[in-house]
Design a protein around this ligand. Structure first.
Ligand code: TYM
Length: 334
């Protein structure tokens, strides 16, 4: 098994990233046997599609590295690195630009969402973004890619690129990866709008729980979270058509390790005035240890840089044979 996944180091790690992806990364790392390897990286090359001051970009890479380690990624067991330190990603992306089709990229919903109405003014990087993602995955012959629901379409494109490259050049070079998407919590929604996903790019900080929020901030955000006037139902079926209520119950269930049905049964007949403080408690207790570890790690830039540098050396070595084989398959001398 080769597990690989990435996260953009823009802004804070939030509850959506944590429950949708990072918890799964940690679980997969912890269940690895000695034959398997995990690669986790900060997608700083992808983050150039978001305008940011260079100093903030560097700070965010360190922040996100500290957050991942605080959440349970062990840089001795997993290869943890930032993409910019491993130029093989950019190199393979260019090679795969010859394989990916414009029609495939035109179908990417994330590009449409992020470009909005001003498509002509969007950067080429935003458009080609999924090809870099394909390179990230295929470079390491990843078999399993743990992600949230919103990355599913990008991974389908990755599979298409791998299949077409292998067929076009008559090689059996790229492994076709499987996305690993959690059944629950694959899509954590905004606290202000149950139809929009929780996201770092939402201008309202009240829409998300950040892993750096302190206990009071978490309780206040949960108290203010949008809900409805109805009581909690006996079973999760009764949450149909109640996007905000379903999201809050889903978060509770994921954190407490229960089913949404069990959470409904416990709170049936009570309103959000009773449910929200209980949800706030579960959140505070789950996130406090991660925040405390984060704050301790974040104070030492040179230790974080050393971890990322070591990870990048391991990643470069692992990527090299596949990159070389891709050049060779295409008749490019290196
Ligand atoms: P990014 O940085 O947007 O998000 C990182 C991970 O968090 C998941 N996620 C969510 N899951 C559930 N509910 C939410 N509200 C939510 N918001 C985010 C995402 O699905 C993702 O798994 N393009 C990727 C980074 C990337 C990558 C890769 C991932 C670059 N190369 C190769 C896998 C493999 C991204 O922007 O994720």
């Amino acid at each position: 098994m080769r597990v690989l996944s990435g996260i953009q180091p823009t802004g804070n790690l939030h509850l959506g990233n944590y429950l949708g992806a990072i918890r799964n990364w940690v679980r997969m790392q912890d269940e690895m046997d000695s034959q398997s390897e995990c690669f986790f990286f900060l997608a700083d090359m992808h983050s150039i599609t978001v305008a940011e001051e260079p100093a903030a970009r560097i700070r965010h890479v360190r922040d996100m590295a500290a957050a991942l380690i605080a959440a349970g990624i062990d840089p001795d067991r997993s290869v943890l690195f930032n993409q910019a330190r491993v130029p093989a990603h950019a190199e393979l992306c260019w090679l795969l630009n010859g394989t990916a089709r414009i029609g495939w990229l035109n179908r990417m919903t994330q590009f449409k969402d992020k470009a909005g109405k001003n498509r002509e003014g969007a950067s080429v990087g935003l458009y080609v973004y999924p090809v870099l993602m394909a390179a990230d995955v295929l470079l390491y012959q990843a078999t399993h890619v743990p992600v949230g629901e919103d990355q599913k379409q990008h991974l389908e494109l990755t599979r298409d690129v791998a299949t077409k490259f292998n067929a076009d050049f008559g090689v059996d070079l790229f492994t076709i990866p499987d996305p690993i998407i959690p059944k629950e919590s694959a899509r954590i929604m905004s606290l202000r709008d149950g139809t929009a996903k929780m996201s770092k790019s939402d201008p309202s900080d009240a829409s998300r729980i950040n892993l750096t929020d302190d206990d009071d901030a978490i309780m206040a955000k949960v108290r203010k979270a949008k809900s409805d006037q109805e009581m909690l139902p006996e079973t999760a079926e009764g949450l149909a058509g109640r996007a905000e209520a379903a999201n809050l119950v889903g978060i509770f269930a994921t954190l407490s390790g229960e089913s949404a049905d069990a959470v409904c049964a416990r709170f049936a007949g009570q309103g959000f005035g009773a449910f929200k403080p209980a949800l706030g408690e579960v959140l505070v207790e789950s996130l406090r240890p991660i925040r405390e570890r984060f704050l301790a790690l974040r104070g030492d830039d040179s230790a974080l840089d050393a971890i990322l540098q070591k990870g990048a050396a391991r990643a470069s070595a692992a990527a090299e044979p596949t990159l070389r084989a891709a050049y060779e398959a295409m008749g490019l001398m290196r």
